[in-house]
Design a protein around this ligand. Structure first.
Ligand SMILES: Cc1ncc(COP(=O)(O)O)c(C=O)c1O
Length: 448
């Protein structure tokens, strides 16, 4: 058996069947790994083992179950730090959260009292943009026509001064583009700012190395989630420098965040405890540790080679189909296996629905929680007009695209199915027979 077949075999979900619109049973060709990935058997086993054998709340429990649960939970911080090169724990800590959005919000919160603005890119997921808007001034780095970052704009804005934090994605969830986070870290540090990397998309697809804290290219804050890295839903993390954890009061004050409380006063706990209010998702954290160990055993180099090979072949074939337009124009070495496209004459929602119903192919469509990036990629010249219509409650078709995303267990056959299905749909759309124009006004101006 090849490595890929062995890996695929470990995903029970690949054997799950659905009944399609013609009443036939079919398996799903899953190309929505950018939204969430499935847990493989070893990760499910560790999750279930905890539930069956060690289920107990952690810390402060003096019985065997609690001690075992604490031991299993506590060692995951080290697994995370090892996985992303975050050091030994002397410099950085891991705060476990429920999702990436919360992890990014905590980073923003930890920096809120520092003077200066946050510099976000125009390709960010809303989760790495909106939290910063709540916490002071935000400036934006522009993106170029091909969907990559405008580094000159970034440098100009940093050199102009007054930036405390650069909040940048490790990989875009829309185009898969991976900004040069080393270069950005160097520029940020040289200009007195810290860097926060949204690693949600990166974590399971590309090796990450935060580098030692005294290296001028190191990453200060790193956020990511298990549900995009082959762990179950409900667990994510923020890696942050120990230095900043005591700068603020707890993110959510409550049980576990204190040393002592009187009727009128509190002595807050230190470090990670201070920002871990309430019971965490203990089995989720343990399963996240298993998922990262599982990925490390396979090797991120293997994962990357495999996914780039699939990406290179499928992207060139999709681009060659008449009527298919792609968002962004980014070489494979600078992107993850993310394929955002439209078919001329069919709304993205209809494309995704037909891919699902007729072909059993799971993709995602819409704006991918990155409206500013989408409007730029689609050259939607008047985003403000769209906003006004949406605010007024008008029924507007938002600009968007279909997105197929490659994961570790996808094989060439999965991508062949996608190419064949898209070719079919594009050909039907060209004939103009089966896709009646929507009566809703479209906000989409022109696809790239
Ligand atoms: C780049 C990026 N950042 C942040 C998020 C938000 O992640 P979560 O759903 O874990 O909060 C996503 C989710 O799709 C994402 O792709």
């Amino acid at each position: 058996m090849s490595t890929l077949d062995t890996i695929r075999e470990q995903f029970p979900i690949t054997r799950q069947c659905f009944v399609n619109e013609s009443g036939n049973r079919q398996t799903i060709t899953y190309l929505d790994h950018g939204a969430s990935t499935h847990p493989p058997a070893p990760v499910l086993d560790s999750y279930r083992e905890f539930l069956e054998r060690y289920y107990a709340n952690i810390h402060r429990g003096n019985h065997y179950l609690s001690q075992k649960a604490s031991e299993l939970y506590d060692c995951v911080s080290e697994v995370v730090l090892n996985y992303i090169g975050g050091g030994s724990g002397a410099d950085n800590s891991v705060i476990f959260t429920s999702n990436t959005t919360t992890a990014l919000d905590i980073a923003s919160y930890l920096m809120q009292d520092v003077a200066g603005a946050t510099l976000v890119s125009s390709m960010e997921h809303h989760s790495n943009d909106l939290p910063h808007r709540r916490r002071g001034a935000v400036k934006r780095i522009e993106v170029l026509r091909d969907g990559t970052l405008d580094y000159e704009d970034l440098e100009r804005k940093l050199v102009a001064g007054g930036i405390k934090l650069v909040a940048i994605t490790g990989a875009s969830n829309v185009t898969g583009y991976m900004p040069d986070i080393r270069l950005i870290a160097r520029l940020a540090h040289a200009n007195g700012a810290r860097i926060l990397v949204d690693g949600a998309q990166l974590l399971a697809h590309h090796a990450v190395d935060l580098l030692p804290n005294d290296d001028d290219s190191h990453i200060d804050f790193f956020a990511a989630a298990g549900h995009k890295a082959y762990a179950p839903f409900g667990t994510a993390f923020l890696v942050a420098p120990n230095q900043v954890l005591e700068r603020t009061e707890p993110y959510i004050p409550g049980g576990g965040t204190v040393k002592f409380v009187t009727d009128t006063d509190v002595v807050w706990a230190e470090g990670v405890e201070r920002h871990t209010g309430g019971t965490p998702n203990i089995p989720g954290v343990i399963a996240l540790g298993s998922a990262l160990n599982w990925l490390s055993e396979i090797g991120l180099d293997w994962v990357r080679r495999h996914e780039v090979e699939l990406l290179t072949s499928v992207e060139s074939r999709l681009r060659g189909i008449e009527g298919v337009t792609f968002l962004g124009d980014i070489p494979a070495e600078k992107k993850l296996g993310v394929l955002p496209f439209n078919i001329t004459g069919i709304h993205h929602e209809q494309v995704a629905a037909i891919l699902n119903e007729r072909y059993g192919i799971a993709t995602r469509n819409g704006c991918f929680c990155a409206h500013p990036y989408l409007t730029r990629l689609l050259h939607c010249t008047d985003a403000e007009a769209v906003r006004r219509k949406v605010e007024a409650g008008e029924d507007v078709l938002l600009p968007g695209a279909v997105r197929a995303t490659i994961g570790i267990y996808n094989n060439a056959e999965d991508l062949d199915k996608l190419v064949a299905a898209v070719a079919d749909l594009a050909a039907e759309a060209l004939k103009g027979t089966m896709f009646p124009a929507s009566d809703k006004p479209s906000a989409c101006i022109e696809a790239m």
